[in-house]
Design a protein around this ligand. Structure first.
Ligand SMILES: O=C(O)COP(=O)(O)O
Ligand SMILES: [Mg+2]
Length: 226
């Protein structure tokens, strides 16, 4: 993009799955171990890719109900099965996306505060950040079960900002889906979306946002350091 608007954020809030980390292999593995244990047909990674974005209970529900049926009790029990398998595989095939470490390093070098705001439950988020060696870069982490609501509810972004001591208008969100975009817009902060992540089957260029990034490093084109 030529001459994009440059923000001067005091904090950058990052989405996790599909933005910082490519986690689809582990999510699909846990989902298929769950489906196998429940005696249900397995699903392709591509299909499961479209189910990621609104947290684990929603992922499990879609695995059990898309083109088929399951009762609420069955779905509730399946969430526990998924979590048991995901604890085992979480991080095994996860990779940090290109440009992420350099971007984080540049932001930290300019004293910009950093947070992760994810819809992934905390029991998986914190060990995953540790395992990938990036936990220490973030000043705070808000997970999918930190509050009773998740993205697209802006409350999770407000909580991250409160913990960082910045106003919502002084922060910038970087995500990969409409959940991130809507949460940011609800909180009154600009949002950049990466084009390589998971957007629940929605073409990312159809989601209203303040800029698209094909590599995380392009976020720096939208930022002016004081
Ligand atoms: O857990 C999910 O479904 C998505 O997590 P994310 O908010 O980090 O993309
Ligand atoms: Mg995401």
């Amino acid at each position: 993009m030529r001459n994009p608007v440059r923000y001067r954020p005091r904090a950058v809030l990052f989405d996790l799955d599909g933005t910082l980390l490519d986690t689809i292999g582990d999510l699909a593995e846990a989902a298929n171990r769950m489906l196998a244990e429940l005696g249900r047909p397995l699903r392709s990674q591509e299909e499961i890719h479209g189910f990621v974005g609104k947290g684990i209970p929603n992922l499990v529900r879609r695995c059990l109900t898309e083109n088929t049926h399951a009762g609420e009790d069955e779905i509730e029990a399946a969430v526990l099965v998924f979590r048991r398998h995901y604890h085992v595989v979480n991080g095994a095939s996860t990779r940090i996306y290109p440009g992420v470490l350099e971007t984080i390093g540049e932001l930290r070098a300019h004293s910009v505060k950093l947070a992760v705001v994810t819809n992934k439950a905390e029991a998986f988020t914190l060990p995953l950040l540790e395992r990938m060696g990036i936990a220490g870069h973030f000043d705070t982490v808000v997970s999918g079960d930190t509050l009773p609501v998740k993205k697209p509810d802006p409350a999770v972004l407000h909580l991250a900002c409160a913990r960082l001591g910045v106003a919502a208008g002084e922060a910038l969100m970087i995500g990969d889906s409409a959940n991130d975009a809507l949460a940011a817009q609800g909180a009154g902060m600009p949002v950049l979306l990466v084009t390589y992540g998971y957007s629940e089957g929605m073409p990312v260029d159809t989601i209203e946002c303040d800029g698209l990034l094909s590599n995380a490093l392009q976020a720096l084109d939208h930022i002016a350091f004081a």
